[in-house]
Design a protein around this ligand. Structure first.
Ligand SMILES: [Zn+2]
Length: 367
């Protein structure tokens, strides 16, 4: 017997919010329409809620999940700078199996939260990406692994081996990787149809003339970017992943109101798993509340798009951000009041509100 369910309330996707219903069969969306017009005419269990494309975590460092204690009260640089910051010492000291298990726990958590993909910056060269792939096996989560080659100057053989298993490269900051290195690595990625990304303007303002040359596929942070910088990024059409909780821990804040005003393609990420749980729902709420706290409110709709629309576009699957029957990924249904849907999702969503739309999923056990 197929499991059938109607979720009636609001539909929220790339086209915005509208009242409506979605009918699911075995977890797949098979029909949408106006409230009260479902073809099953009340013969199928109906719950009130909001239906939306599943979220994507736009920026993680899942290897950091090995650290579970309060992060040291030190400047960010002292913690995350390669090769001898706290984080890199910890990664070097931790056995491969323990790192793999920590990453699997983080991935399992994200999966239970309804996240369908994560864009991860995986340090530690080829072995780092291999460990991430092993940790993600069987979870059904699309892990976009952006690896980091270890040798400087760049060794083409190492990069080739890395790109054979990674989806691209995720570099440290533009301050740490000079333009010549970035150019070489970007050219290697382009030639192999892979993506390249780096961090920029996190602790101090850096110039778009620097971080947009060569043009990356993705920038991370821009917490210190000026309105003109953001205008340049928007004009270049480069997507930015922002991580408000991670920035806040070090006294910084991306001005998301300005990101929205300038039309920057923005994704939301949870950054280093040593600082926070990789929960996209917590990140959404914090992004909204911290913007209100700074008296620079950001529209809830913009944040919803940063978690549930823009990343699908960046991944090259824009249809995943639309609620259409038999789409590329099953939508998510949340047991939330259907008024002001984007606000509900941003301010109130948690994994506990996910409506099971298909046969109960196999429990994923961390290895
Ligand atoms: Zn990062």
């Amino acid at each position: 017997m197929p499991v059938e369910l109607v979720v009636e309330g609001a539909l929220l996707d790339a086209d915005g919010a509208r009242p409506g219903y979605a009918r699911f069969r075995d977890g797949a969306l098979v029909e949408t329409g106006q409230r009260g017009t479902a073809s099953t005419r009340g013969r199928v269990r109906t719950v009130t809620g909001i239906v939306l494309p599943p979220p994507v975590n736009g920026h993680t460092h899942l290897g950091d999940a090995v650290a579970t204690r309060e992060p040291p009260h030190q400047p960010l640089e002292a913690i995350v700078r390669p090769p001898d910051g706290y984080k890199f010492r910890l990664l070097a000291e931790t056995a491969a199996g323990a790192k793999r298990r920590a990453m699997r726990r983080a991935l399992t958590l994200m999966s239970r939260q309804g996240v369908v993909a994560a864009i991860d910056f995986r340090e530690e060269g080829l072995e780092g990406v291999r460990a991430l792939r092993a940790a993600a096996r069987g979870l059904g989560l699309n892990v976009v692994a952006l690896g980091r080659p270890l040798a400087r100057p760049v060794e083409v053989e190492e990069v080739d081996a890395l790109l054979a298993v990674a989806d691209g490269l995720g570099l440290s900051s533009v301050a740490e990787e000079g333009r010549a290195t970035r150019r070489t690595l970007a050219a290697l990625c382009r030639a192999r149809g892979k993506r390249i990304a780096w961090h920029a303007s996190e602790s101090v303002r850096e110039s778009p003339d620097d971080y947009l040359r060569p043009r990356p596929d993705l920038l991370v942070h821009l917490a210190r970017a000026s309105p003109d910088d953001l205008a340049a990024v928007a004009k270049a059409g480069v997507t930015v992943a922002v991580c408000p909780r991670s920035n806040a821990l070090f006294g910084r804040r991306p001005d998301l109101a300005e990101f929205a005003r300038q039309g920057v393609a923005t994704m939301l990420g949870t950054d280093n798993a040593m600082f926070h749980s990789p929960s996209i729902w917590r990140e959404l709420e914090f992004a909204y509340v911290s913007a209100r706290l700074a008296r620079r409110p950001v529209p809830a709709e913009f944040l919803f798009r940063a978690a549930c629309v823009v990343p699908h576009e960046w991944l090259g699957v824009p249809a995943a951000a639309r609620l259409e029957p038999n789409g590329p990924v099953p939508p998510l249904a949340l047991r939330l009041p259907p008024d002001d849907p984007a606000y509900q999702v941003v301010a109130r969503a948690t994994e506990h509100l996910i409506v099971g739309t298909g046969p109960s999923r196999r429990r994923e056990r961390p290895t």
